[in-house]
Design a protein around this ligand. Structure first.
Ligand code: TPP
Ligand code: MG
Length: 625
């Protein structure tokens, strides 16, 4: 057996560089590079390995560890989970800064490989700088916090352990059912220790990503139930996009006339103007989708986790006899809502269902109803895109201008605040990869960092990052990375001086926008929305973006925004277009509800009224059992 003497870090980097995935006969390298921030916990281990052999994995320098995991998640999503990035950090704060990113990746089922440095395995210099001392446990470090937010966790105590740990990491990363954050905590002394590794460990390894089919009996049962349904409805989730099942879905809809509502991750499963497309469903859904959902007798979930936003907190499906069929590669999701589980790949399963449904179609009246609702909804979008609101424009007009400026293949990126809901309703998606709203974790600060990852995965597309002022303030540092790497982003910063989304939620629940605006403290209070007009904080986010090296365009009107977006197209580096909007001119919700509990007792009259409404609304909440 040929052997090669390497440090544990060199061995891991060499192994990662030779991993490939193959689906449908297309072979691609799995790791597109390694993000990192060095400290004493990784500079001489992983850092040395990357320095010694730069051809193995391109090193990208990030500004913030949370942000680099967001970038890795954005990258993996854009690559339909057939590609990933590695993230290396020092020990202690560098490591724990990645926790939020790890949770985001796991919640969204996106592969990221995290290599937090860890305290000395030998424990010789205990406690090392930044070590958490745990009086009751000698083998615990801050990295144990990664366990619940990782789909696989290991700590590499000895250099030879790189071999099983790396192979297990790959098994999980490429598994379409299991994937998420994979964490290999790497003690800083072990990283630098040498071992005689078998050369074969480093040979090119191709991980096949298959398209498993559900059990044929379950497929036959599903086809029977669909044939018996009067008002079937498909709910398309992220799995449709990841499995590249959009064409198969379209064929099935055209053959059968079954209409489609989309989750946040599934938006783009059909183009917005397809007659079977009802757009977003649930809390932030369209009236088209929510109306047909209310009466649906059979709901076919494809690649969806069935979150409360999709089900409008279990109020959107109102037909007393409604039943579910769930196509999902993960049996965990396929079993939800007491559905008939079709555990398999979305594309292969939809293709097989189309065969089994040969000759079946819904009534023409139902097909026509969906097409009419599609058109009526689009008229509503046109209305909101062109409100002409003043003096400050409405946010919906900003979305319209960005949609108009973008090409079909360009990508819109967003994550938290009031824009994800508005985008879910209003964005006219024309390409399956054109809509990228992170709504599994809806993490403020994902927008710019995630957009960077999207651009790394698809440099040929323009990436439009829509970010609120709150998210921008939380995490905008990767603007610097985008400039360092020449990875251009067009960032549209929508300023409403605070948390509009939560302000609106607060008003609707009786607490008057308390604590959601960026205002001075006056008379002991930060103010509420009914006392609007007080001075806002003098935060100049445009100047901030400029100071980071971005080209900045300040737009006062929608016309200036349109001109700014046109100018941004000719720019090579990251552009930030800043526009202020009227925070009270929001997009309404359409026949939906979200369960956010209101105080059962309160001294505040408006809260008591909200509680009454809450109790009434909750009566519609049902369990699908
Ligand atoms: C990291 C994180 N903290 C808190 C929240 C809760 N939250 C959701 S939206 C929001 C406000 C976002 O403000 P901004 O980005 O300005 O968007 P706007 O609501 O004004 O549209 C908050 C605090 C969150 N989603 N993520
Ligand atoms: Mg805001």
């Amino acid at each position: 057996m040929e052997i090669v003497r390497l440090t544990a870090a060199q061995a891991l980097v060499r192994f990662l560089a030779s991993q490939h995935v193959e689906r449908d006969g297309v072979d691609q390298r799995f790791f597109g590079g390694c993000f990192g921030i060095f400290g004493h916990g990784n500079v001489a281990g992983i850092g040395e390995a990357l320095y010694e052999s730069p051809e193995l994995l391109t090193y990208y320098q990030a500004r913030n560890e949370q942000a680099m995991v967001h970038a890795a998640a954005g990258y993996a999503r854009m690559r339909n989970r057939l590609g990933a990035l590695v993230c290396t950090t020092s020990i202690g704060p560098g490591a724990t800064n990645m926790l939020t990113g790890a949770a985001l990746a796991t919640v969204n089922r996106l592969p990221v490989l995290l290599l937090p440095g860890d305290v000395f395995a030998s424990r010789r210099p205990d406690p090392v700088l930044q070590q958490l001392e745990v009086p009751w446990s000698g083998e615990t470090s801050v990295n144990d916090c990664f366990r619940p937010v990782s789909r696989y966790f290991d700590r590499i105590w000895r250099p030879e352990q790189v071999i099983p740990a790396a192979l297990q990491a790959m098994r999980v990363l490429v598994s379409q059912a299991e994937t998420g954050a994979v964490t290999l905590a790497f003690p800083q002394d072990v990283q630098a220790e040498a071992f005689d590794y078998p050369e074969a460990f480093f040979s090119r390894r191709v991980w096949h990503v298959g398209r498993p089919l559900p059990d044929e009996a379950a497929l036959a049962e599903a086809a029977g139930r669909i044939r018996a349904a009067r008002r079937p409805l498909v709910v398309a989730g992220g799995g449709v996009i990841y499995s590249e099942a959009t064409k198969a879905l379209r064929r099935l809809c055209e053959q059968t006339g079954i209409p489609v509502g989309e989750t946040q991750a599934g938006k783009g499963s059909l183009p917005y103007d397809h007659p079977s497309s009802l757009g977003g469903i649930g809390v932030t859904g369209t009236f088209a989708a929510n109306r047909l959902a209310a009466a649906a007798d059979l709901v076919i979930g494809v690649g969806t986790r069935w979150t409360d936003f999709t089900t409008a907190s279990k109020t959107v499906f109102r037909n007393p006899g409604v039943r579910f069929v769930n196509v999902n590669v993960a049996d965990f999701d396929a079993a939800k809502h007491a559905g008939l589980p079709l555990v398999g790949d979305a594309r292969a399963t939809l293709e097989r269902l189309a065969e089994l449904l040969e000759g079946f179609a819904v009534d023409d009246a139902y097909r026509d109803e969906a097409a009419r609702l599609n058109r009526e909804w689009d008229a509503e979008v046109s209305r909101l895109y062109a409100l002409g609101h003043g003096p400050l424009p409405a946010q919906s007009e900003v979305l319209g201008a960005v949609n108009d400026a973008s090409r079909p293949e360009d990508v819109v990126v967003c994550a938290a605040g009031s824009m994800p809901g508005d985008l879910h309703k209003l964005w006219r998606t024309r390409d399956p990869k054109g809509y990228h709203v992170e709504y599994g974790y809806s993490c403020m600060g994902y927008e710019i960092a995630g957009g960077l990852g999207v651009k790394m995965a698809a440099p040929e597309r323009e990436v439009y990052v829509l970010v609120g002022d709150g998210s921008y303030l939380m995490l905008s540092s990767e603007i610097v990375t985008s400039i360092q790497e020449g990875l251009k982003l067009t960032i549209v910063l929508v300023d409403n001086h605070g948390f509009n989304s939560i302000g609106g939620l607060s008003r609707s629940l009786g607490t008057d926008g308390f604590g959601t605006q960026y205002r001075y403290r006056r008379n002991g209070s930060l103010g509420v929305d009914s006392e609007d007009g007080s001075e806002v904080l003098p935060v100049d986010l445009a100047a901030n973006a400029e100071s980071l090296g971005a080209r900045v365009i300040r737009a006062g009107t929608i016309e200036e925004l349109r001109a700014g977006l046109a100018a941004a197209k000719d720019e090579q580096r990251t552009v930030v277009v800043v526009i202020e909007v009227d925070r009270y001119e929001g997009v309404p919700s359409y026949e939906s509800w979200w369960d956010v509990p209101v105080a059962e007792v309160s001294a505040v009259e408006s809260v008591r009224a909200a509680r009454e409404q809450y109790e009434a609304a909750r009566r519609d909440e049902r369990s699908h059992v």
